[in-house]
Design a protein around this ligand. Structure first.
Ligand code: MN
Length: 261
């Protein structure tokens, strides 16, 4: 169970880490999310993310080996709600292990190794012979999306276009909060609560284990990890308090709005 030896060629900050971190810091990802046809443009512009071209995805790699993206803030930035100790396990061990497991599982599969993380997840979703690949790949994507769904000083009611969408879809912000809290509380066992856009309306959904609405082509706007490893060090068994703290103090509404596209 040592994690200190794992790194191999990905040890330290690769260029992709740096780019992914810079992009994540801007609240959106413009790297590695575009179609292969744009790769020449990206190659001529290696260290310059394109914030003018927001995309509804946080996918960070075009092909294996997949990398652990840098956090979009310091590991102390969300304290006291989410402690650096939680990040030291949840990000540095759990998230990293999903990345390492994924790379190991696909290293001899040329087809899967050539795919972007997002395309790979969609490809193996529902394929029982590739459950391990799906679980690890989706957990890589879900966690990167989760880190970006939060920011220091976040939470509370949104403003602007995302607020209009919330009001139109749920009635008002309080009704959205109730729906999201309910989904997060009632996800039995491990899983995720999501705000998604589906058919022009926003909706709250919950998924078990590694399942992700992205695999079904839904547009994800925000997520909350409700696996016990997400909150046990800071909240022990009090999942409802963790959910309230996320909604009141952490939610990154700017990220959600950018994901609307
Ligand atoms: Mn997690």
């Amino acid at each position: 169970m040592t994690h200190s030896q794992a790194s191999g060629p990905q040890h330290g900050l690769s260029r992709r880490d740096v780019v992914a971190g810079a992009v994540a810091g801007a609240g959106l990802a413009a790297v590695g999310c575009s179609s292969p046809s744009s790769s020449s443009a990206a190659a001529s512009n290696t260290n310059q993310p394109q914030p003018s071209q927001p995309t509804p995805t946080i996918m960070t790699t075009q092909a294996a080996p997949h990398v652990l993206p840098a956090l979009p803030y310091a590991d102390t930035a969300l304290e006291p709600v989410m402690s650096a100790k939680t990040f030291s396990f949840h990000y540095a061990k759990h998230h990293k292990a999903y990345v390492d497991n994924l790379n190991n599982l696909i290293k001899d599969n040329a087809e899967l190794s050539a795919m972007s993380l997002e395309a790979l997840i969609k490809k193996v979703a529902g394929d029982s012979t590739k459950a391990g690949v799906f679980n690890n790949a989706a957990q890589v994507w879900n966690h990167t999306f989760f880190w970006n769904s939060m920011r220091p000083g976040g939470g509370g009611a949104p403003k602007g276009r995302i607020a209009d969408k919330i009001n139109a879809s749920f009635g008002d912000f309080e009704k959205f909060k109730a729906a999201f809290s309910d989904a997060a509380k009632t996800q039995f066992g491990s899983g995720w609560a999501w705000l998604i856009e589906d058919g022009g309306k926003l909706a709250v959904v919950k998924t078990p284990n590694a399942e992700t609405p992205m695999a079904q082509g839904k547009k994800c706007l925000l997520t909350l990890d409700v696996w016990e490893h997400a909150y046990y060090l800071d909240f022990q068994n009090r999942r409802p308090d963790f959910i309230t703290a996320y909604l009141d103090k952490l939610v990154n509404w700017e990220f959600a709005e950018k994901n609307l596209g």
